[in-house]
Design a protein around this ligand. Structure first.
Ligand SMILES: Nc1ncnc2c1ncn2[C@@H]1O[C@H](COP(=O)(O)OP(=O)(O)OP(=O)(O)O)[C@@H](O)[C@H]1O
Length: 349
């Protein structure tokens, strides 16, 4: 059985109750304090300072913007901000706030000191965004009553609150909104040693007895993303449950092969994209829309989910003429080009 482990004085982690361990959705594995939160040490230090200063002055912490790709811990940190400042948390999302009235109802119902988390804040309606400017700065909103010439605005004071916004597309936020956050944290992808810590912690909570080599193998294939790490760990757990004779590393290799995750962490869609570029477009360049149609996916999915990873691990480059496969891509997919240098070389001169 896995040993107890504490994170720098944090509560000792013990396996979840059997029922919860079996249903261990993300929530059950989610860190509940900054001490349990693995990696992102700079962000953790900045948040800890901001929260402690607010506590000393007995005021609500400044508004916080959490930016970064999916699965890196933005929601987790929002929950930790509420937990560490011992304040209630209210959760919403940009898509759920499609009118200023939606936001007015939300803001006016907040209790003093409440933490309001708005996920995907870049997808909030513009009219609501403009209402947020005054709310963030003066804890006040102006409610428009009536229409046309007879319309009047009624000021409504709000309870002081802390807004935590999360976004995967910070470039889409208008400057007036971005400027009103007292602190913006940029979450980076995790390195393999941090992901091994995430996995070790999750294995303790899941009551999994899995060796370090197996955790290292998973860490190398989860695209620098804790959400993916935990998901792959659960698949390995399932595989070991069904094939109870299989050891840690064998279970990892067998499970990840079954779920189509290769040695670099590429999944089915990643490989489909790369194989189209390599085989159908001879390494590229190929435009985003052509690529999306060829693999039958939305261009947005290709651009915001698939490509950042392929670029980050050096299989793809984005050029003005389109996407181009790198030499490493040809090697990884074991496709020899007949003699000629890859376009990648000529692209870079
Ligand atoms: N630093 C971390 N340490 C340990 N586990 C983590 C960490 N960050 C994230 N996780 C795990 O990954 C899961 C996903 O994290 P989270 O939901 O916070 O990501 P997110 O950035 O909000 O994603 P999205 O942008 O898709 O909403 C969490 O449930 C948690 O179990």
């Amino acid at each position: 059985m896995s040993e107890d482990v504490s994170f720098a004085g944090e509560p000792v982690l013990r396996p979840l109750p059997e029922s919860e361990a079996e249903l261990a959705f993300e929530g059950a594995l989610r860190p509940r304090s900054l001490g349990e939160f693995v990696g992102q040490s700079k962000v953790r230090g900045q948040l800890q300072l901001l929260l402690r200063a607010a506590a000393i002055q007995n005021r609500t912490p400044d508004h916080i913007l959490l930016a970064g790709p999916p699965g890196l811990g933005k929601t987790t940190l929002a929950m930790i901000v509420a937990h560490e400042s011992d304040r209630p948390l209210r959760m919403s999302s940009g898509p759920a706030i499609q009118h200023a009235g939606d936001l007015a109802a939300l803001l006016s119902s907040l209790t003093p000191g409440e933490v309001l988390f708005i996920d995907e804040i870049h997808r909030m309606a513009r009219s609501a965004e403009e209402m947020l400017y005054l709310a963030m700065e003066d804890f006040r909103i102006d409610i428009m009553v009536g229409k046309g010439a007879g319309a009047t605005s009624i000021p409504l004071d709000l309870a002081p609150f802390t807004l935590v916004g999360a976004t995967t597309r910070s470039g889409l936020l208008p400057n007036p909104l971005r400027d009103r956050f007292g602190f913006t944290a940029h979450l980076e992808f995790y390195d393999e040693s941090e992901l091994e810590q995430v996995l070790h912690r999750a294995s303790l909570l899941l009551g999994l007895d899995i060796d370090g080599r197996a955790l290292a193998e998973i860490a190398g294939r989860c695209r620098g993303t804790p959400r993916i790490a935990n998901r792959l760990l659960r698949r390995v757990r399932d595989y070991s449950l069904v094939h109870d004779r299989v050891s840690g590393l064998d279970a990892v290799h067998a499970a990840l092969e079954l779920y189509d995750v290769d040695a670099l962490g590429l999944d089915r869609l990643d490989r489909a994209v790369m194989e189209i570029i390599l085989n159908r477009f001879d390494g590229g360049p190929v435009g985003l829309s052509t690529l999306a149609v060829s693999v039958g996916e939305e261009a947005e999915t290709i651009e915001s989910v698939v490509e950042p990873f392929l670029v980050r691990i050096g299989l793809l480059i984005r050029t003005p003429r389109g996407r181009v496969a790198t030499k490493r891509a040809w090697e990884h997919f074991g496709i020899a080009r007949a003699g000629a240098e890859t376009l990648f070389d000529s692209e870079l001169g």
